[in-house]
Design a protein around this ligand. Structure first.
Ligand SMILES: [Zn+2]
Ligand SMILES: [Zn+2]
Length: 198
């Protein structure tokens, strides 16, 4: 009954799975099927690192993600990967926009596909958001944003549209979505120890 569950977040388009084979923070249990069953968000997109999907793998990845009725994204690591990433049938791009001329051009190139382009964790990449096309979406990244001066994004609040993403390299990244899913599956009712304190 995942689709009737309350408290699901509206959207999460930044999630990694076992397709990110070179990412040491991804665990073998984090399959597309598992993410789909947890259904922690109403709109879920998988966005594995493009460098592990490029070539023949992408078609298999795309087929599996679509088979689970999830959106197909991919996280593109800088200008070097843009041309190849533009050729694949992704629904949207998550882009590592480093602070180099070619990366700002890469953002323009990805936009030219007509697909949404999300600037991933700009505070980590050193992205100068004043050089990013304002047609891009800027990500508030659950994994990283709290480790940086996120107040500096205030200058861009009226310049861009924003999306929230978990950047989940493991299923349990700083939320109880997975625990909530398991408890629900087990028929466990959570005990609230301090119901009236705040
Ligand atoms: Zn990233
Ligand atoms: Zn990521």
């Amino acid at each position: 009954m995942a689709h009737e569950r309350e408290c699901r977040i509206p959207q999460d388009l930044h999630i990694h799975t076992v397709y990110s084979t070179g990412d040491s923070a991804v665990v073998p249990e984090q399959t597309v099927a598992f993410i789909s069953r947890v259904a922690h968000a109403r709109v879920v997109g998988i966005s594995d690192h493009f460098e592990f999907l490029a070539g023949e793998t992408f078609a298999r990845y795309e087929a599996e993600v679509r088979a689970h009725n999830l959106r197909v994204g991919t996280e593109v690591n800088g200008a070097e990967w843009v041309k190849e990433a533009m050729m694949v049938n992704a629904d949207y791009y998550i882009f590592h926009c480093l602070d180099r001329n070619e990366d700002y051009c890469g953002a323009e190139d990805l936009l030219s596909t007509g697909k949404p382009v999300i600037i991933a964790h700009p505070l980590v990449m050193g992205t100068d958001l004043y050089r990013v096309p304002t047609e891009c979406f800027v990500e508030i990244n659950n994994r990283y944003v709290w480790r940086h001066d996120w107040r500096s994004l205030r200058a861009h609040v009226n310049r861009f549209k924003f999306v929230l993403g978990s950047d989940a390299h493991q299923p349990n990244w700083l939320n109880v979505s997975v625990a909530r899913y398991v408890a629900e599956e087990l028929g466990i009712r959570e005990t609230i120890l301090f119901p009236n304190s705040d």
